[in-house]
Design a protein around this ligand. Structure first.
Ligand SMILES: [Zn+2]
Length: 237
């Protein structure tokens, strides 16, 4: 059997390590939730992107329609003027201009038809994006819910452990307690570690024979190197 001070300190240390672990989880869970929310926003963003694409094509279509109207207007004016022209060369030049404008209109009308097809495809893409949102985010929302539940469970367990701590703390030898809590605050590793054959269980450096003897005798002993508290585990007694 290990010395009493070791047994009691191990109980407190187990509790402290669990509290530390819970605290770590409490900081990690909101980060995981944040990632899930970003994924949901990204999926929902696909609808917005699809709508923006359609709006851009809509603007392009209106612009094309305006250009066609403008060219038709020019043709109308040229036709009116051509009726007043006396010289045949001028008349021919005007007819040439009108023909060129009509060509341009024909190109714009082809573009108009293409844009109408594109807009129909845009509508389809918007519908698809909307119908994808629910199935694609359902699982993520479920995960979010589970994370929220886990968070409150972890918090609850942490509170339970904190209420148990004063009792366990009061059982620990007062000679070792301040040193233990000091190491606990400064380190991520447990302050109380078993001797591993002839080495410290924390820094793994060889311990002096005097230190090993002290640990074997069950006295409060520190590692010569890292100053963690060491004890001789049962099987090496
Ligand atoms: Zn050490």
């Amino acid at each position: 059997m290990s010395a009493y001070w070791v047994q009691n300190l191990l109980k407190l240390q187990d509790l402290d390590m669990e509290i530390r672990n819970l605290k770590l989880r409490l900081t990690m869970i909101p980060k995981e939730a944040e990632k899930l929310q970003q994924e949901i926003a990204k999926i929902e963003g696909k609808v917005k992107i699809a709508k923006e694409k359609k709006a851009a094509h809509d603007r392009e279509l209106k612009q094309t329609e305006a250009e066609i109207a403008e060219l038709n207007d020019k043709i109308g004016k040229l036709q009116t003027q051509s009726a007043l022209v006396k010289k045949n060369t001028e008349y021919q030049a005007m007819l040439g201009s009108i023909a060129m404008l009509k060509n341009s209109i024909s190109d714009l009308e082809s573009k108009q038809l293409e844009l109408m097809d594109t807009l129909a495809a845009d509508d389809q893409a918007i519908r698809q994006a909307i119908s994808d949102v629910k199935p694609e985010t359902a699982g993520l929302r479920e995960e979010l819910k589970e994370l929220a539940e886990l968070f409150s469970d972890v918090k609850k367990r942490g509170r339970e452990l904190l209420t148990q701590r004063p009792d366990l703390r009061s059982m620990v030898d007062s000679e070792i307690l301040p040193r233990y809590e000091q190491i606990l605050q400064k380190n991520t590793t447990p302050p109380l570690v078993p001797v591993e054959i002839d080495k410290c269980g924390n820094c793994h450096l060889r311990l002096t024979p005097q230190t090993l003897n002290s640990a074997r005798a069950g006295a409060i002993t520190f590692c010569d190197n890292c100053m963690h508290i060491i004890y001789m585990p049962d099987e090496q007694d």
